[in-house]
Design a protein around this ligand. Sequence first.
Ligand code: DAK
Length: 670
Amino acid sequence: MTRSRPANPLLETSTRPAPRRVAVIGAGTIGPDIGYYLKAALPGLELALLDVRQAAVDAALARLKGYADKAVARGKMSDKAAQATLAGITGGTDYDVLRGCDWVIEAATEDLALKLRIFAEVEARVDAGTAITSNTSSLPAQRIFSRMAHPERATVTHFFAPAWRNPVVEVVAWARAEASLVAWLRRLFVQTGKLPLVTADVPCFMLDRIFDNWCNEAGLLLGEASAAQIDSVAAEFVQAGPFFVLNLAHGNPIIIETNTLQADEEGEHYRPAPIFRSVDRWNAVAPGREIEVPEPLRSRIRDRLLGVLLSQTVDILDRDIGGAADLDIGCRLALGFRHGPLELMRSMGPAECTRVLERFVRERPGMPAPRRDPAAYLPAERHVLVDQRDGVVLITLRRPEALNALHDELTDEVLAVIRRHEDDPKVAGFVIVGYGTKSFCAGADIGRFPSLLGDKEAAAQYARDCSRLLVHLDRARKPVVAALNGMALGGGFELATRCHALIAERSAWMQLPEVTLGILPGIGAMVVPYRRWPDAALVFHGMLTRGDRLKAARAHELGIVDELADGYDDLIARAVARVHALAGHIPTISDAPVAVPPFAPGAGTGGPVLSGTVIGIIEHAVRDAAMAPTLAAALEVGYRAFGTVACTAAAREGITAFGERRPPDFGATG
Ligand code: DAK
């Protein structure tokens, strides 16, 4: 599988344009869901739904309308966007609708013989340039496409339910697929909001090897424990236990099919538990509910579930079926694991991993054993992707589930990548960019903040600790350029302003929403922007005390953004060129005090929407920091102000409201 492809799919070069006409074959559940995702992301697309039964097509069309209506009702989509999403969709039973399509997606069946017949019909009608993909959770591409006249334009794209919302798609890089097809699919999926994960062409690919064997192991354990007991123990690792999920997905036949496939190809140890053939529904436990499981049964179930998870994980990595960071994020986002398996392995430590794996392999002969020390499987980075272009290291923040929001591990990874390369004479510098086309970084992941509320010293110290990366950038020996591919909020804006140049995609925007959360940006935003761009001080006042948005074009006029870019390719090209241009003369942030204009009178009064107390603390800190004799002293003012704000009733209300997904009410907190 290993081929040199960029880690960030948007760095793939592909000359194939975005699709204009797509057909989805199969109007069951997943086919229309794939169609809906595509239409919502690319409303100008023509979409044809094809099925052998007109009734299925009609039901699918009604379902798509229902999705759009619901999105409008929930305020997730405008009326106009819903109309555009539903326009240009046709449905029918005649294969001739495939003519003129530039992409045909088959999502009709898991029956190989039927797939072969369908692809013969497809090839008879489409042009040589049409991309063809099959949605399957288990059947290798080699089996599906080998009889085609032009297998090089075909591969498997495995979506996860519900396909209109679940971001994960496995893209199978099989031997005969053109590299350009895989490149196009990866790029297109990211551009349309998905998270493509490349896998090798083995039965069940990457993620279903985890899921199917997890469920099968649960089935094999049924002689010793009940389904409800197993689900209860599994709740430590997954949002929903295996039997609950099997009920939901009517999954017993799937496990029989997929584990038979693995057993036939790879050995008897994968054979499905016989009980899956005789039981229809399980007495499962719903998420959030657990039953008491006595020791030592609990430990036994736990070890066995962990055993299969780790055994599959090491096998996937030893056989290069997929990447370690991809496996972690895929397990979380596609399969509902609370933590990725590599994250679990890290927290367990090598000795415990070895104990669990040795026990598992002893009890389940044939199951994969690790070929290396457990620590050797842990990826260097889990939340950033690292690429190189023209002697520049590109660091992509990849947490699409949180719009690339920062947490400690992510910022530590960025710092570690910079440290690893900064003494390398072949590296000119660094670019930091966000994954996808929507967000550079949506700020700090404020999950840790509740524990800091009420503790002034701890909060101030946390701010200092969180600043390790930013302080390193202040003294960096090689240029670091921020490439803003979308929104840069809160801590994301603070990170960007510590980079030595900012290049922004035209549609990018910046904001400091902290004040709307009853807190303040304590790691530099009350200090650095004023010292770097003093002429824009009034704009920063508005951002800090009102949460004003700053669009890229305006930031460019103000000199905050150095260059505007048109699209991701242009953004990266300009950022890389800027790194080279900055070599040898990295701008530094002034140590000298700076004059700041007064804040508008009355701005600090606050109300239900903003807190007057917090605005007052911000204004005070900005003024004090501006007068501080050095940058370090000014930053210290910010850290301490964060400590102060963390002890206010407004911060408690704002952070609590954020966690409860409701607007804060600062009316009573002041
Ligand atoms: N953290 C975690 N998850 C986030 C996130 C964030 N900052 N921002 C967005 N997400 C998640 C959303 O929860 C959602 O997850 P699901 O509901 O799908 O599970 C997913 O990303 C997609 O977001 P939306 O569905 O909301 O997407 P929309 O396009 O509708 O809205 C939005 C985009 C950016 C307007 C909205 O997501 C939003 O308002 N997000 C919150 C932005 C925000 O308030 N960011 C925090 C700023 S405060 C400090 C260190 C750092 C900081 C301060 C002090 N010290 C140590 C002292 C920095 C603070 C901040 O950055």
